[in-house]
Design a protein around this ligand. Structure first.
Ligand code: NAD
Ligand code: WQD
Length: 354
């Protein structure tokens, strides 16, 4: 079992990955600024995994800090070295992730997502820690030419957020070419949704949500009047957009497999799609949600959202071939687990305690 640094570990995907890694026996250092998350998420991770107060610092050490601050990062590696409990790998979730916001605040996105990642890699290099998993995104494919999307598809981001992810992928390629000791996996997520089945952790976006699942959940619970379906004239079977939704627990398990794979390697550079290979339209998501809650979801079809594409579906063949990983959970699992989280935490972590 290994000691792993998880940046952004209190966030949506990070917190679920913490659960899976702890359950698999790994010891974690979780580093987060909480700019888009809550420390309560990590208390819930301990609750789900049954970590007692005595075990806390051994199994999951929680550190508040910012990847933009190099001395914050240096302290972690320095302390681990002094304690002779070196960090064997880093899973890097920390970053800003809103496409809309990135168009309005590109400098903040370049600074956190690119400069912050460079700070982390420089620190890792100076402590000879060379195993790295990066949260990349299907957004870097832009408007892909062929569906399902294979990893060799042209990288063609169409917004500042996507540009930052594509840039980090280039940095990682240069790094692996410069030094064969690096073992790197760049994981391109499709549309992560759902929650841990306990309903204790889930997605808790700051401010107004932009993504489909949190919005459908808000309409279902009555915090929002209506879902606006963006476009009813797409070239798809029911004329609404199709996406490859992936349950966050499947995604978390993908990280465990990628980590275990890199820990066995002496040199590696992997780029993998993490998706289900299946597409669901917006109206199919609405229908699955209605089946889950036993009520109708109020929606109306409006104009297309700028930047959307008709269809995005992963070809996940490489992840299956290399990691032996594939998704197991269905769209109904995604809806019912999202609903369990939403009903148990109507205001996210804001009114929660432990
Ligand atoms: P999230 O916002 O829930 O998690 C990111 C975490 O990073 C948060 O806890 C936040 O507080 C932390 N963070 C942000 N800036 C930081 C900084 N400067 N220093 C330290 N911590 C910082 O997002 P998520 O959905 O869990 O996404 C995790 C990663 O996966 C992100 O890099 C995101 O770009 C990427 N990704 C997400 C999706 C998605 O749809 N959720 C899809 C593809 C890729
Ligand atoms: C899904 C579908 C919308 C809201 C985003 C990022 C991407 C990645 C994953 C980080 C689309 C439709 C949505 C609404 C709607 N994140 N929709 N009404 O845009 O596929 O991907 O998250 O890397 O970079 O762009 O996800 O959940 O916003 O939209 O009709 O109110 O739902 O048009 O077809 P998207 P989404």
């Amino acid at each position: 079992m290994a000691r792993i640094l998880i940046t952004g570990g209190a966030g949506f995907i990070g917190s679920h990955t913490c659960v899976v890694l702890i359950e698999a026996g790994h010891d974690l250092l979780v580093f987060d600024s909480y700019i888009n998350s809550s420390p309560i998420a990590l208390k819930r991770v301990c609750k789900i995994t049954g970590i007692s107060a005595i075990e806390v610092n051994q199994r999951i050490q929680i550190i508040k800090g910012d990847i933009s601050n190099k001395s914050n990062l240096d302290e972690i590696f320095k302390k681990a070295k002094e304690e002779k409990r070196e960090i064997q790998a880093v899973i890097h979730f920390a970053g800003l992730k809103s496409v809309n916001e990135s168009i309005k605040r590109p400098l903040a996105y370049w600074d956190t997502n690119v400069n912050g990642t460079a700070n982390l890699l420089l620190t890792m290099e100076s402590y000879e820690c060379k195993r790295f998993i990066f949260s990349s995104s299907a957004t870097i494919y832009g408007k892909p030419k062929s569906i399902p999307i294979v990893e060799t598809e042209k990288i063609n981001p169409i917004n500042p957020y996507g540009n930052t992810k594509a840039t980090v992928e280039k940095i990682l390629l240069d790094l692996s070419r410069s030094d064969a000791e690096w073992c790197i996996a760049s994981l391109r997520y499709f549309n992560p949704v759902g929650a841990h089945p306990s309903g204790l952790i889930g997605e808790d976006p700051n401010g107004e949500p932009n993504n489909l699942f949190p919005i459908v959940s808000k309409v279902a619970i009555g915090h929002k009047d209506i879902l606006e379906v963006f476009g009813g004239d797409w070239p798809t079977k029911d004329k609404t957009c199709i996406r490859d939704y992936i349950h966050v627990m499947d995604l978390a398990e993908g990280h465990l497999e990628a980590l275990n794979y890199l820990l066995r390697k002496k040199s590696e550079f992997l780029t993998l799609n993490l998706g289900s290979g299946k597409g669901h339209s917006v109206l199919e998501v609405v229908k699955s949600f209605e089946d889950t809650i036993g009520e109708k979801i109020n929606y109306k079809i409006v104009g297309r959202r700028p930047g959307d594409t008709a269809k995005t579906i992963a070809d996940p063949t490489q992840a299956k071939k290399i990691l032996g990983w594939e998704t197991r959970r269905t769209i109904l699992d995604m809806c019912s687990d999202s609903w369990a989280w939403q009903t148990a935490n109507p205001n996210g972590y804001k009114t929660g305690t432990t």
